[in-house]
Design a protein around this ligand. Structure first.
Ligand code: COA
Length: 360
């Protein structure tokens, strides 16, 4: 008996997710190391030598993560040539600092971008959020659930870091970066993948905000200031970050059959310049292939990779056909990597305001 008449013998090739737009935004207010040194027992030399950071951008009081996300999303949609949100089926926001514990931030961002009706949800994987979000957004496309997805990494760490905690206040900044993915073919520039994702929850207390969730609800009398703020064991995080990022990068390269030398640009989560240089050295990647943006924006959490991408694209550092390795590490602990070949895109607007000094 032949089944030829009931349908195609060969299943259709599932679509791949292809990057077709990028954009980013940081708030105008710049906080330099010298400004931090006025209120904290620290100085510019200590911060620069330990982290590579010279300045960071912070929100004005009353602003929130969605304000960052909307600006970055708008820029990525413009870069993708999408007018008035037409044909975007899903909006994913990767963040550790949602506007509220409930509901998610993504539906509000979607509505403000004129995308009411699109699926919208948040991804929580701390500083690995963008890479997890990229895998999630790509999955929506390859599963046939969505044809076009807007993915935004947005964080406002200034809202959860204790301004008097010198160990953390020097590291973090606020910002957002976004990409648009569309359904396409696996062999075209911009196709994302393969991925490597991982976690180790045994170390959940290494990077944490202890209070505010169901484990330790905020109470008026019983919650200390420390419990409400972001806490991190910096030295241990440093070691785990270097090890996990290096391993994850190696894993994804081997999945794709790429050698380290095939990588034109290494775009790591911008945790700290020393971590990035250590990972590049361990991978035997020349440091000049490492895209860095941390000097002028600090660690912007889930925003850091798309922010670095948008900044490099705006400065025309990325050219079509360049091979990129994205690698992230964050609380959870979580880590992940992804490969892609840079597509032909219109040059996006720079994440910084015109005329602003990038490095004071
Ligand atoms: N200014 C001046 N001194 C500071 C300081 C600051 N901002 N922060 C800490 N110190 C002091 C400490 O109190 C300590 O003093 P002590 O020796 O008298 O106790 C000394 O500097 C060394 O502190 P330590 O925490 O051991 O410094 P470090 O060399 O490990 O650098 C970090 C601290 C946070 C910069 C470093 O651990 C780091 O980069 N960790 C990774 C953080 C990160 O990138 N996280 C994001 C991952 S997603």
């Amino acid at each position: 008996m032949s089944y030829a008449a009931v349908g195609p013998a060969v299943p259709a090739v599932p679509p791949a997710a292809v990057l077709c737009g990028v954009g980013a935004w940081v708030p105008p207010r710049v906080v330099t190391n010298d400004e931090l040194a006025i209120r904290l027992d620290t100085d510019d030399t200590w911060i620069r030598t330990r982290t590579g950071i010279r300045a960071r951008h912070v929100l004005e009081p009353g602003q929130a993560t969605s304000d960052l996300a909307v600006e970055a999303g708008r820029r990525a949609l413009a870069c993708a040539g999408i007018v008035a949100g037409e044909g975007v089926d899903a909006v994913v926001v990767a963040t550790t600092t949602p506007d509220r514990t409930c509901p998610g931030t993504a539906p509000l961002v979607a509505a403000r971008l004129g995308l009411t009706g699109a699926a919208a949800f948040d991804v929580a994987a701390v500083c690995t959020g963008f890479v997890y979000g990229l895998a999630t957004a790509a999955g929506l496309i390859t599963a046939g659930v969505a044809r076009r997805v807007l993915l935004i990494g947005a964080d406002a760490y200034s809202t959860i870091v204790d301004p008097l905690d010198r160990a953390n206040a020097i590291i973090f900044g606020d910002g957002a970066g976004a990409v648009v993915l569309r359904a396409g073919n696996a062999d075209e520039p911009g196709a994302v993948g393969p991925f490597d994702l991982g976690s180790d929850g045994a170390h959940e207390d290494m990077i944490m905000v202890a209070a505010g969730g169901s484990r330790q609800p905020v109470t008026l009398d019983g919650t200390s200031r420390t419990d409400r703020h972001f806490a991190m064991r910096g030295k241990e995080v440093y070691r785990h970050a270097v090890t996990r990022m290096t391993e994850s990068a190696r894993t994804v390269l081997s999945k794709a059959g790429w050698k380290t030398d095939d990588v034109d640009h290494f775009v790591p989560h911008q945790a700290n310049l020393r971590i990035l240089c250590s990972v590049a050295d361990d991978l035997e990647l020349p440091r000049e292939r490492c895209v860095t943006h941390v000097e002028s924006v600090g660690n912007t959490g889930a925003a850091s990779i798309p922010l670095a991408l948008a900044d490099a694209a705006a400065r025309r550092t990325l050219t079509p056909g360049d091979r990129l390795l994205l690698t992230a590490f964050g609380g959870g602990l979580t880590w992940g990597s992804c490969l892609l070949t840079w597509p032909t895109l219109p040059t996006p607007a720079p994440p910084h305001h015109q005329g602003e000094h990038r490095t004071p």
